[in-house]
Design a protein around this ligand. Sequence first.
Ligand code: COA
Length: 174
Amino acid sequence: MVFWKRLFNAPETMTTAESPSLQGEILETSKEALRESRIFFSLDRELDLYALEELCDAVGWARRPLRKVKKAIECSFLVVSLWEVRGNRKRMIGFARATSDHAFNATIWDVVIHPSFQSKGLGKALIKYTIKKLRNEDISNITLFADPQVIDFYRRLGFVLDPEGIKGMFWYPS
Ligand SMILES: CC(C)(COP(=O)(O)OP(=O)(O)OC[C@H]1O[C@@H](n2cnc3c(N)ncnc32)[C@H](O)[C@@H]1OP(=O)(O)O)[C@@H](O)C(=O)NCCC(=O)NCCS
């Protein structure tokens, strides 16, 4: 079931969308119901934080202070958002970001696809796009923290759980 075409096997196409803030790779849909809409990746970190909050609300994530979210985005190495453009309306439908030491390592955070757009291959496209952008920067060690229910989602994308027995360890304030 391939709804989204021209993702990563075709040469990279940079397309300017209707909105100047939406410059990125366009995903073409073959799904009838979405034919009138266009889906874009954006690397713009000047995001509407309320749109991001709405997206995170939609998947039931606990709210975080917007001031801290803003700082986290500003300080991220890579910020990827996914937008649906329908007529002159645009809507954030996906998001991921990565922090990095700019040399060896990057960690992917806050991966989300709006429930109305899940199970259409967009989460996979988002992660593949993020990996491609990190590889372009010669980052070779890409990690993330997977919620238990999405381990298989990441496995399918090539992520390995606890490689060579390595365990993630966390420190929390008591
Ligand atoms: C996890 C999430 C990003 C997946 O996005 P999505 O657009 O629904 O996923 P896709 O349609 O691209 O699925 C890609 C593949 O992974 C599989 N998959 C999707 N979600 C899965 C899950 N939870 N567990 C196992 N496999 C899953 C799909 O069946 C598909 O398999 P295929 O390539 O063999 O067809 C999305 O469900 C989401 O935003 N969830 C809520 C937020 C969340 O949990 N984020 C992760 C925090 S670590």
